[in-house]
Design a protein around this ligand. Structure first.
Ligand code: PHE
Length: 460
């Protein structure tokens, strides 16, 4: 193991890829965080879990657990300048902490498998939007069957899924600075503009008020133990926590960047985007008298109905699916980068080889996920289709375990001194001591306690 560590820097001639600017770091991180989790998962979870009450619990988790955990992952990545597994091995040589990194890589593989399927649906829907399929005046039964016909057919979703993976691969092959950073710098601002535009359209519909009420007026009677698990799972998923993303991206960040502010800005951008996406979707859902608790089909089944009736619906549909695709891509490249960085450094292979290797595995797993919506829907493990199983195991199991290990590692193994040192860049940044102490407390006690409590509730 020591041998591998010492040969690593020689192997890479000490020239690791890195982000070129602070803005680049922020857009790349926000790009990872803002994704299908915000546009597809958040709205339907809000719908299923009773609206504003869920949002408030979610916000509390983001602030109390999400941000400190993001900082913790950052600390691991920046301090070690290595991939998710290598990072643990470098900071705790000879220990078993590397397993935490391997779990993170597995988590990313599972997420990207179904993520690329949903991303593929986005590509298909974008085509449909360009053909004005949603607004051509088909009856509502025809609109309803668009999704089920498409998702259940075999080859079409597979083609789109393949296309989506290839697009992600193309960006990641270009590297961190020339691929990921460049892409995010252009696409993230565009993405925010589009979603704000759609929210304005939606909020100005007659009858939009009911949607706003639903989003912002809490109904505590709907809250159960499950609401907390769903909210925590969503906070993890949406902030890309416990997946090694911030370890990997953090390893490309220079020692001059301010971890406290990058982490807070990332969480802020992600949360704002989720809320704006909520404002884009819920008012329209209510204005057209559709039930918000539609589940995972909300974006793909319900929205087309709305586009079909909405003034300018055809254009809005195009914009919406462009946004969905961009959001999905900036996240999928981060998932892929975790896997690719791991392969490059742990197997000592070239970036290009690593991308091809990862894509091959992801393609096969993704095909299984895709087919489990149709042909293979009878294949059930623990009563879940492969698709649902991957989603559940990654967001509600692996990310929680990964995140727990991260805060335990930073809070107890690295310890208070290292946290203070990293957050202040060895004293160069003026960060109030009470803030450092609060963060340390959250990392050491609150985050682990909350995760364990919620996991125990869920799993018994
Ligand atoms: N945060 C992304 C989203 O909200 C998903 C993701 C999870 C990306 C883990 C990277 C790592 O869609």
């Amino acid at each position: 193991m020591k041998d591998a560590n010492s040969s690593r820097s020689a192997h890479h001639h000490g020239s690791r890829d890195a982000f070129g600017s602070s803005f680049g770091v922020l857009v790349a991180l926000a790009g990872s965080a803002v994704g299908l989790g915000n546009l597809w998962r958040f709205p339907y979870l809000v719908g299923e879990n009773g609206g504003a009450a869920f949002i408030i619990i979610y916000l509390a988790f983001v602030i109390l657990i999400g941000i400190p955990m993001l900082m913790s992952e950052f600390i691991i990545g920046r301090r070690s300048q290595a991939n998710a597994r290598g990072a643990f091995n470098k900071l705790a040589p000879g220990s078993r902490w590397g397993i935490a990194g391997i779990l993170a890589v597995i988590c990313c593989i599972l997420i990207l498998s179904f993520y690329s399927v949903v991303g593929g649906w986005g590509i298909e829907y974008l085509f449909k939007a360009f053909r004005f399929d949603f607004t051509r005046g088909g009856d509502s039964a025809a609109l309803s069957s668009i999704f089920s016909d498409f998702a259940a057919s075999s080859w079409q979703p597979l083609v789109c899924h393949t296309l989506f993976l290839l697009l992600s691969g193309l960006i990641v092959i270009l590297g961190v600075k020339n691929g990921i950073e460049k892409f995010s710098k252009v696409m993230m601002p565009l993405l925010f503009l589009i979603i704000i535009g759609i929210a304005v359209r939606s909020l100005t519909l007659p009858g939009a008020g009911a949607g706003i009420d639903y989003l912002f007026r809490p109904d505590w009677s709907e809250v159960t133990a499950n609401t907390f698990l769903a909210a925590l799972g969503q906070a993890f998923f949406s902030l890309s926590l416990g997946s090694g993303m911030a370890i990997t991206y953090g390893s490309y960040v220079s020692r001059k960047e301010n971890i406290v502010s990058i982490s807070s800005q990332t969480a802020l951008a992600d949360t704002l985007f989720a809320l704006i996406a909520g404002c884009a979707i819920m008012p329209a859902v209510f204005a057209y008298g559709i039930s918000p608790g539609e589940g995972p089909g909300l974006v793909f089944i319900t929205l087309p109905h709305i586009f079909s009736q909405l003034p300018l619906g055809g254009v809005i549909a195009i914009l919406f699916f462009v946004a969905l695709l961009l959001a999905a891509l900036t996240s999928s490249i981060s998932l892929l980068e975790v896997i690719v960085a791991f392969c490059i450094e742990e197997f000592h292979i070239k970036r290009r080889t690593a991308v091809v290797l990862s894509l091959s595995i992801l393609w096969i797993l993704g095909c299984l996920c895709s087919l489990s919506q149709g042909m293979l829907s009878g294949w059930k493990i623990f009563d879940k289709t492969i698709f649902d199983l991957f989603d559940f195991v990654s967001a509600n199991v692996l990310m929680l375990i990964g995140g727990l290990l991260v805060v335990l590692f930073v809070g107890w193994k690295l310890g208070r001194q290292v946290i203070h040192d990293e957050l202040t860049n060895s004293g160069a940044l003026r960060i109030p001591v009470w803030l450092l102490d609060t963060i340390t407390f959250l990392v050491r006690y609150l985050a682990p306690a909350a995760i364990i409590t919620i996991a125990v509730f869920q799993w018994i």
